[in-house]
Design a protein around this ligand. Structure first.
Ligand code: BES
Ligand code: MN
Ligand code: ZN
Length: 498
C-alpha cells in the first residue's frame, strides 16, 4: 500500500472515502468546516442520534461539495476511555469497511487526535501517536487469505492518505511490522499439504533476501549427527522430510537472544491420535515457528540493534509403521532421556532439542520460545491471553510491558518446584507428559529442565494463535500473534532503536 502524509484540508483531499474519527457524544459543531460545505449532513446524523460516536460505530455519508466521494464517520468511544487498543479497533473497523465498499484510496483526518490531550501511560515516541495506532489497526484489518478461492475479491485499498503536518509519524515502521504479521498469518493459514516442513524452510530461506539475515537448514542427517533424538522421534512417523531451520540476524553486539518457535506443520497426535473432530485445526500447530520468522523479518527490516537467532524445528506429527510410540525412551541433544507417555505431547520434544542446540552453539543471553503447546492453555485463558512462564522475572516483566503496549496480552503462570514430581519417570530422566492436572504448567516445566540456568521464557499461544470469529483488526483464522509482541519487546531492549 502506498502511504502518504499530507497536510491537506479535509474538504480538499481527493479520495474514495474520507474517514472522520469522532469521540462519543460529539459537539454538534464537530468538523464544522466540512459540515458547512456538505449542507449540514454531519450535524444532522449527530442531532438525530443516528451517529453517537460509540466505540466502533460506523456511519457512511455520500456528500457533494468536497473532493472525497464519501465520508465515513467512525466512533472512538468516550474520550476519557480512549486507549491504544480502542484506536486500533476503530481503525480496523473503518479500513475494512472502506475496503469492503470497494474503495481504493482512503484518507484519514487526524483533527480529533490533534485536539486530544489524552496521554497514554505506555505510549512513547512521536506526538500524534493516536493516529499511528489507528492506522496500525487499520492495516492489520485488511488481511485476507484467498489464495485457494476461485473468485478474487476486489483489489483492496491502494493508497492511504493521513491528513497531518507531522511528516515524522512512524507509519513506515508500522507498515513493516504489519507486513511481518501478514507473512506469519499466511504461513499458518496455508494447509499442511502445502505448508510442509520443506515449504516452511523455503519460506524461511526467502527471508535471506534481506542480506542481514542468514538462513541455515539442518537436514535429517545433520540432526542425527547432532543427536537430536527427541526431535527426530517426532519426525519418524512422517514421510515429509523434517527441516530444522536456523536464522541469524546480527544487528548488535554480544551474545544473541535466541527465539525458538514450534513448527509442527500438522499435529495428528501421532500414535496417541487426536479425536477426528476439529483435527483440521492442527495445521496451525506451526504458529510459533511462523511468529519467529515474522519477528526476524521485521527486526532485520527495521535494522534493530540486536543480535538474534531464530530456531524453528519443523516436522509433522503423524502415526505410521515407523512412528515413535508411547513407552519409547528418547535421548535429547543434551543427553537427558525422555520416556514417552503420549506422542501427542510432541511440541516439547522438538523444543527441547531446539533449546539444547541453542545452548550448545550460541551461549545465548536469553532464550524465548513460542509455541501452540497445550490444549490446557485455552482451557485456562480462553482466546484472550498468552500463557507465560519462565525462570527470569526481570525478563518476563519486559515482555509484560511489550504486551501492554501491543495488546498481545500475556498472563504469567507459576513454575513451582513441586511440578517436577509430575514428570518423574521410572525408566528415564523425565517423562514427556504429566497427566491432565496442571498440564499447561508441566509442559513448561519440562522445557525449563532443558533451559537450565540460561534466562528463558516460554509463551504458550495455543489459545491465541487462531481466531474462530472476525475481530476488528484480526480476521478469522491465523492471528499472527507474537510478532508484534516480540518486535516491541526487542525495541524495548534497545531504547535507541525506535
Ligand atoms: N498442538 C497441541 C496443543 C494444542 C491443542 C494447540 C489445541 C492448539 C489447540 C499439542 O501438541 C498437544 O497435543 N498437547 C497435548 C499434551 C498432552 C498430551 C499432555 C494437550 O494439550 O492435550
Ligand atoms: Mn500434540
Ligand atoms: Zn502439537
Amino acid at each position: 500500500m502506498n502511504i502518504v502524509i499530507k497536510d491537506t484540508a479535509e474538504e480538499a483531499v481527493r479520495a474514495d472515502v474520507l474517514v472522520l474519527p469522532c469521540f462519543e457524544n460529539p459537539p454538534s459543531d464537530i468538523y464544522a468546516d466540512i459540515n458547512a460545505i456538505i449542507g449540514g449532513l454531519i450535524a444532522k446524523v449527530i442531532n438525530t442520534k443516528e451517529f453517537t460516536g460509540k466505540h466502533n460505530q460506523l456511519t457512511l455519508l455520500h456528500a457533494h461539495g468536497i473532493n472525497a466521494s464519501r465520508i465515513l464517520m467512525i466512533g472512538l468511544g468516550k474520550q476519557a476511555e480512549l486507549t491504544p487498543e480502542r484506536l486500533r479497533q476503530a481503525g480496523g473497523k473503518a479500513f475494512s469497511y472502506a475496503r469492503d465498499l470497494g474503495c481504493s484510496d482512503i484518507a484519514v483526518s487526524t483533527m480529533q487526535f490533534r485536539t486530544t490531550l489524552q496521554e497514554f501511560a505506555i505510549a512513547t515516541g512521536a506526538k500524534n501517536k493516536q493516529v499511528v495506532y489507528f492506522v496500525e489497526g487499520g492495516l492489520l484489518s485488511l488481511y485476507r487469505f484467498e489464495k485457494y478461492k476461485k473468485k478474487e475479491n476486489g483489489k483492496g485499498l491502494a493508497t492511504l492518505i493521513v491528513l497531518d503536518d507531522d511528516k515524522g509519524l512512524p507509519l513506515k515502521k508500522i507498515e513493516t511490522v504489519v507486513s511481518a504479521v501478514m507473512f506469519a498469518r499466511d504461513l499458518v493459514n496455508t494447509p499442511s499439504n502445502d505448508m510442509t516442513p520443506t515449504a516452511l524452510s523455503v519460506a524461511a530461506q526467502s527471508l535471506a533476501e534481506n542480506k542481514k539475515i542468514k538462513v541455515k537448514i539442518l537436514e535429517e542427517r545433520d540432526t542425527k549427527k547432532e543427536g537430536m533424538g527427541a526431535y527426530l522421534a517426532v519426525a519418524r512417523g512422517s514421510a515429509e522430510p523434517p527441516k530444522f531451520i536456523v536464522l541469524e540476524y546480527k544487528g548488535g553486539k554480544g551474545a544473541p537472544l535466541v527465539l525458538i518457535g514450534k513448527a509442527i506443520t500438522f499435529d495428528s497426535g501421532g500414535i496417541s491420535i487426536k479425536p477426528a473432530e476439529g483435527m483440521e485445526k492442527m495445521k496451525y500447530d506451526m504458529a510459533g515457528g511462523s511468529a519467529v520468522l515474522g519477528v526476524i523479518k521485521a527486526a532485520a527490516a527495521l535494522g534493530l540493534p540486536v543480535n538474534l537467532v531464530g530456531i524453528v524445528p519443523a516436522t509433522e506429527n503423524l502415526p505410521s509403521g515407523t512412528a515413535f510410540k508411547p513407552g519409547d525412551v528418547l535421548r535429547a541433544v543434551n543427553g537427558l532421556t525422555i520416556e514417552i507417555i503420549s506422542t501427542d505431547a510432541e511440541g516439547r520434544l522438538i523444543l527441547a532439542d531446539a533449546i539444547g542446540y541453542a545452548l550448545k552453539y550460541y551461549s545465548p543471553k536469553a532464550v524465548i520460545d513460542i509455541a501452540t503447546l497445550t490444549g490446557a492453555c485455552s482451557i485456562a485463558l480462553g482466546n484472550e491471553a498468552i500463557a507465560m512462564m519462565g525462570n527470569d522475572q526481570d525478563l518476563m516483566e519486559q515482555v509484560k510491558r511489550a504486551s501492554e503496549e501491543t495488546y498481545e496480552r500475556v498472563w504469567q503462570m507459576p513454575l513451582y518446584d513441586e511440578y517436577k514430581d509430575y514428570l518423574k519417570s521410572d525408566v528415564a530422566d523425565m517423562k514427556n507428559a504429566g497427566g491432565r492436572k496442571g498440564s499447561l504448567v508441566t509442559a513448561a516445566y519440562f522445557l525449563k529442565e532443558f533451559a537450565g540456568t540460561t534466562p528463558w521464557i516460554h509463551l504458550d499461544i495455543a489459545g491465541t494463535a487462531w481466531n474462530e470469529k472476525d475481530k476488528p483488526y484480526i480476521p478469522k483464522g491465523a492471528t499472527g500473534i507474537g510478532v508484534r509482541l516480540l518486535v516491541t519487546f526487542l525495541e524495548g531492549l534497545c531504547p535507541a532503536g525506535k
